[in-house]
Design a protein around this ligand. Sequence first.
Ligand code: PXP
Length: 249
Amino acid sequence: MLKLGVNIDHVATLRQARYRGAPTDRQVEPDPVAAALACEQAGCHGITAHLREDRRHIIDNDVRRLRDSIRTRLNLEMANTPEIVAFALEIKPAIVCLVPEHRMEVTTEGGLDVAGQEAALTELRRRMNDAGIEVSLFIDPDPAQIDASARVGAQFIELHTGRFADHYHRKDARNEELQRLIRSARQAHAAGLLVNAGHGLTVENVALIHLVPHLVELNIGHSLVSRAIFIGLDAAIREMLGVLQNYPG
Ligand code: PXP
């Protein structure tokens, strides 16, 4: 079955909208850790959190509490900066997903340029693996980036589905992007990489992602938290899991 990793950043975004700067010893709502536990209760397979340099949503204490309380796998999304790398090596999540990060962006806009920083990423991949942490690289569905990811020795890639999602309502552009995702998943699988995907996925558009072979896990955040406002978090997770069950593998 295609696994579901829930990105709980947007629960923290809502909290920070009211409580940015509040002391971390006082639990304020909504608590992303409580949300993560509710997602696990509903059957998700992993929890993803992005610790951004500006701490705009998830903060260090959330990651520590997630590590100590969740029962599935913690996937820490992060940029390759010395401070965040040191934090990850201390916390030891099950897996880190390396992403590019720009302060002015609303969300992660493009994939990581693995080909342009192969040596640095190989070194980081080694340090993480030596600490018992698996490594995933968030990349655009681009043959050069997939080849570079294999050379870096990452265990996983996460294919950026943002363009597919953006073009979902324009059939030609959407199908073109879907073909890129399909070719990329095949190439990555042949190179020995495990393949995840994510960004901009919804219960509606994820049905077409079923055409992409070799997927292990989808990481989904914004649409699940948005759906939760109307139907509740438990129902939103179960609804998505119901759709993912139909993945042919
Ligand atoms: N995967 C990665 C690497 C991301 O950066 C994000 C967004 O934080 C997601 C998945 C989830 O994207 P969305 O919130 O659009 O579902």
